[in-house]
Design a protein around this ligand. Structure first.
Ligand code: K7E
Ligand code: CUA
Length: 649
């Protein structure tokens, strides 16, 4: 197949090749010459041809990757693996003008505060796209913050964070933010146990008073926001709940959550006990939590809840008695928990095991319905028989973590210790596996449309924890590494390496790019992105003005290429200033910025956007303000002065 490719490429190469240099590999020799000079194999050239995206051409898929402790989302095009955008979520970010005085401050600092503390970072793990009928619908993206137990709502019309909800129950989350198949709920489950609601209790009370929880955030699809008043939670034992997944189709109405500390190890506590590392790894089996959330809804509706910090909670005792919560054993130190596309099975990987275990949804439902249990845990939760609950197990290698699916019945499991992606048939466990080495130590894996009821196949991406020797050494803090894998052929092939240098990505989802319905401007001009309505303080041309009311100064300013009106604002030291900015633009990519020197004020003014900034003019002096986006030939001239007269002058 290569000779024809060679011919075509060499023909165009010679036509308009630039002056060849030694390092360019002698472009005048065509593709063969370049391959020799750069030491490229036929496979390398095929990989390039599969991923290279000529200028002006668009990618077929978009990845929404967690930015880990960068607290953001990284948007990547597939197959080119070009980084398209960072979406700031849990931390301030200057380019998007998020967290520097504008309207986004309310989301980041007010909604996002926990226990009265402003949080300016997050550790994000699992982005999840909104779904309709089990398919990504391209409307919203949800994201959890493990460090500060929060969930964010990102609007995919403008790729902006519109809401952060601060979990009032738990101190740390991990299983989140997963959606039910019609996005009725966004699910967030705890990780490290603590007394619910943030009270103090010593570690001696770990078993008695420390708890986990699963929070079902009700999503209002009309408003595009989580409705906290309609949300509720289920109290869980202090077993370190880990990953979770919501059922779909055959398992709609169910949620599955792993746990890895049924030993209830609270670490060494300074008392010579084992660290959690070994203390939490004693048992051969932990418990997968099987949650019947439709039954939970009936308990909530019947008022069988207690209220903690303003949220309704089904008690652990009630959850156990009503079989809202049931357990089944899972080997050993489980991590990933992934429902199959048809919803009939759940695949669990054990970090200290060599198998992926395939649980059978129908069997588990029947066992629960028939009251067939093999025992109870310390908290009175009924336990299903392990063997009776599974379809089987497949040996996949050392340290299986996460599993995704394609359109042909194959599962792709990330195997951390072996550094492999393992392809196996989850319907026919006898079929031989295929293992592909990746570089190195893969964590999550993501597949094209992978969490929907109809995955696309084509691509998976290995999200590797280590990059080691893959890139030029940039110091001891190395980037992580994404590897794009072509799964369309009979064997898997790595076709692109992408270093990710901004936080450690955990999970990602990959969606068809044509599902997006992104806007290019806020219409009409003066639209507040957080209300979707034209602000009453927006101005049209000719309405710009400065109003003073005692020590409150309101500036109604228009922003258009290439000037701000008014371009001179004079106030007295100590005045409170509110700037109401209206972008008059509607044209694609005609973005301006607005920054005041020395005042830490900085917003982005996308076409048609309304922004509002309130601050105290506490420092006297002369402060230029200017446009931060290179918007026209006269961009430098897009400026003005903010004059603050000293007190008593
Ligand atoms: Cu495996 Cu937080 Cu999903 Cu990291 S988690 S990899
Ligand atoms: Cu407007 Cu630069």
């Amino acid at each position: 197949m290569l000779p024809s490719l060679l011919l075509t490429l060499s023909a165009c190469q010679t036509a308009d090749a630039p002056t060849p240099t030694a390092s360019a590999g002698g472009a005048d020799e065509g593709l063969a010459g370049i391959m020799t000079a750069r030491g490229l194999t036929e496979d390398d050239v095929l990989a390039a041809a599969k991923t290279y995206t000529p200028t002006g051409k668009l990618d077929e898929y978009v990845i929404f990757a967690s930015g880990g402790h960068g607290g953001n989302i990284i948007v990547i095009g597939v197959p080119s693996m070009r980084i398209l955008k960072y979406i700031s979520v849990f931390g301030p970010e200057p380019w998007q003008g998020y967290g520097y005085g504008g309207l986004g401050d309310d989301v980041l600092y007010n909604q996002g505060s926990q226990g009265g503390k402003e949080m300016t970072w997050g550790d994000v793990h699992h982005p999840n796209l909104s779904e309709t009928g089990g398919e990504y619908d391209g409307n919203y993206l949800f994201l959890n913050d493990k460090a500060n137990a929060r969930v964010a709502v990102i609007d995919l019309r403008d790729f902006m964070t519109k809401q952060i909800v601060a979990n009032p129950l738990v101190m740390s989350d991990h299983g989140g933010a997963f959606v039910t198949q019609n996005t009725d709920y966004v699910i967030e489950t705890s990780q490290y146990a603590a007394p619910l609601g943030g009270a103090y209790s010593g570690l001696d009370n770990y078993e008695a008073e420390y708890r986990g929880a699963a929070i079902f955030w009700k999503f209002d699809k009309q408003k595009g926001r989580i409705d906290q008043a309609q949300s509720w939670a289920i109290e869980l034992p202090p077993y370190a709940q880990d990953l979770a997944d919501a059922g779909k189709l055959a398992s709609d109405g169910w949620v599955y959550i792993n746990s890895w500390n049924t030993e209830m190890s609270a670490g060494s506590e300074g008392k010579g006990k084992p660290f959690a590392e070994s203390g939490a790894s004693q048992n051969d089996m932990d418990y997968m939590h099987i949650i019947d959330w439709k039954k939970a809804e009936t308990l909530v509706a019947a008022g069988k809840t207690k209220t903690i910090n303003g949220i309704r909670v089904i008690s652990l005792a009630d959850a156990a008695a009503e079989h809202v919560l049931t357990f089944v054993g899972e080997p050993k130190s489980p991590h990933g928990c992934d429902v199959t596309p048809d919803g009939t099975a759940v695949v669990v990987g054990g970090k200290l095991d060599t198998h992926a275990t395939v649980y059978d949804v129908a069997k588990m439902k029947d066992l629960i319905a028939n009251g067939q249990f093999v025992g109870k845990d310390k908290f009175g939760v009924d336990i299903l028989d392990f063997q009776a609950s599974i379809r089987g197990q497949r040996e996949v290698g050392l340290g299986p973590l996460h599993t995704v699916y394609d359109d042909k019945g194959y599962a792709y499991t990330s195997v951390f210790l072996d550094s492999t992606v393992v392809k196996w048939n989850w319907k026919n466990l006898e079929e031989p596996i295929e293992a592909l080495g990746v570089q190195y130590n893969i964590g999550h894996i993501t597949a094209a449309e992978g969490d929907t009821i109809s995955p696309d196949g084509k691509y998976v991406v290995a999200m590797n924890k280590m990059s080691q020797d893959r890139y030029v050494n940039v110091g001891p803090l190395l980037p992580q590494s994404f590897q794009l894998i072509d799964i369309s052929g009979p064997t898997m092939k790595v076709i692109y390496d992408l270093p990710l240098p901004l936080g450690e990505p955990h999970y990602a989802q990959m969606m068809k790019a044509d599902k997006l319905h992104t806007i290019t401007a806020y219409t009409p001009a003066g639209t507040n992105p957080y209300t979707d309505e034209k602000s009453t303080a927006a101005v049209a041309s000719g309405e710009e003005r400065i109003e003073r009311n005692g020590k409150q100064v309101d500036v109604y300013m228009s922003v258009i290429r290439s000037h701000f009106t008014p371009d001179m604002i004079e106030v007295n030291q100590g005045d409170t200033v509110t700037l109401h900015l209206t972008s008059m633009e509607q044209a694609l990519d005609q973005t301006h910025g607005f920054a005041i020197d020395m005042y830490n004020v900085n917003v982005s003014m996308e076409p048609g956007k309304y922004e509002e900034i309130t601050f105290v003019a506490d420092r006297a002096g002369v402060f230029p303000f200017y446009c931060t986006e290179f918007c026209s030939a006269l961009h430098l001239e897009m400026m003005g002065y903010f004059l603050v007269k000293p007190q008593g002058s």
